[in-house]
Ligand binder design. Sequence first.
Ligand SMILES: [Zn+2]
Length: 211
Amino acid sequence: MPVLHSALLDSAGFRHGFPTRDTPEDALLQALGAPRIVQARQVHGARAVLAVEAAGQEADALVARAGQGEACVGVRVADCVPVLVASRATGDVVAIHAGWRGVVAGVVRAGVELLGGADRVAAIGPCIGPCCFEVGRDVGARVGFVARDAGDKAFVDLRAAVRAHLAALGVDEVDDVLGCTKHEARFHSFRRDGADSGRMLASIAARPTRV
Ligand SMILES: [Zn+2]
């Protein structure tokens, strides 16, 4: 299975990839043109850090600046929403891990604000869809974007929540790389596979040179 791409990020000149469960790591690194992908310890919070300072840090958004080392960042997901945002103006990028807790805590805002820049484009990758994301009504009320009520449960559209947060931050050019991780076997899903579930490393590289 090849790495999934956003046509919008491709057209803006940003190397990136949303792997599936069958994507070999080599194929992902090849798509990124990078020898390694910087990651942080994800904790479903709203902290954003720079890739050059990420070692050992707890963070759910990682920013890579153009023209510096450690220029490729990734977030591990299996149902949570992977969000990749880039500035055409600076060549900087951010990878954001947005589960419902992170969305409520404001991780999208934290990531985009640390990214800065202008003329930003984004891609929202495969995640658990409103078809499958059943939560308690209390969680539905906190996240919003309830697609369907079902007794004391609610089905939430996390992708729509992320898109709304991006729009509120002035990121209007947003591409959807579609797929529901839970009911499509080509993806890893924590809800489906439990503690044995693998993770998919959604990643993006900053431009190699600063404008
Ligand atoms: Zn589904």
